[in-house]
Design a protein around this ligand. Structure first.
Ligand code: ATP
Length: 231
């Protein structure tokens, strides 16, 4: 579904991604792992057209998307939940959920399904976005993307700073998204969480993918985890 082929991405003169290639299959949960500053967010921003690569190719459902504007890529069915949790602070939770995301005009999860999987949003539905805790804002940002009918969901560190109970809820939601046959690319620092939810992992190191393998191979490769992740 997603093929990234030898992309090179820069911030001005800084060359961050170096001939990076990866592929994601439909219906899988794949991760991007790596130490701080390895380039995980930059990879996702390259895919979404926010920090476009200077060279290389990215195809999504067979269409070349590198060079397209971010909203166009969203409209094709790729939804990005950034680390900074983009929600509307002055709108209520319900208004946030009903505010259209750059989708393809098709309905994704209904409000009832959102409330079933994010019960905290039901109880906070009349509260403004700004009144939510960090964890609640994360839930709302994810829920907004799920309201639109997306094929691919890119999550940038959804568990960061969350209490263990909320981390477990995010795990449940990721499994439900997978049941819906949606595809997920997940950036994670929490290796344990990543191996609980993902089918396959990619480790970024030196601006490219240093390791790619199934969860089973990853879990049984402590030397890989130590070398590239320091765990
Ligand atoms: P983290 O887990 O810390 O978010 P990451 O793996 O997502 O790390 P990136 O955020 O992609 O890493 O950053 C990769 C490199 O690019 C880092 O060296 C970072 O300092 C640099 N970088 C990121 N954003 C910018 C920017 N807007 N301008 C210049 N350099 C940047």
């Amino acid at each position: 579904m997603l093929k990234v082929h030898e992309i090179n991405t820069y911030y001005d003169q800084s060359h961050i991604l170096r001939d990076l290639s990866l592929g994601i299959e439909k219906g899988e949960v794949a991760t991007l792992l790596g130490r701080n500053g390895a380039g995980k967010t930059t990879t996702v921003k390259s895919i979404m057209g926010i920090q476009p690569p200077r060279s290389g190719s990215i195809t999504f459902n067979g269409v070349e998307i590198s060079g397209m504007r971010p909203h166009k890529i969203s409209k094709m069915g790729a939804g990005f939940v950034p680390e900074e949790r983009r929600i509307f602070p002055s709108l209520t939770v319900l208004e946030n959920l009903n505010f259209p995301v750059w989708g393809r005009g098709e309905e994704g999860w209904g409000i009832e399904k959102v409330y079933e999987f994010f019960p905290v949003l039901r109880s906070r539905s009349a509260n403004k976005g700004s009144e939510l805790s960090g964890g609640e804002q994360q839930m709302l940002a994810m829920a907004r993307i799920l309201r639109a009918k997306m094929d691919l969901i890119l999550l940038d560190e959804p568990t960061e700073g969350l209490a263990p109970l909320l981390v477990r809820s995010i795990g449940t939601i990721i499994r439900e998204i997978k049941n819906d046959r949606l595809t997920i690319l997940l950036i994670e620092q929490n290796t344990r969480f990543a191996s609980d939810v993902a089918d396959r992992h990619h480790i970024l190191y030196g601006g490219k993918i240093a390791f790619e393998g199934t969860n089973e191979v990853f879990v049984n490769s402590p030397e890989v985890q130590k070398k590239y992740l320091g765990v």
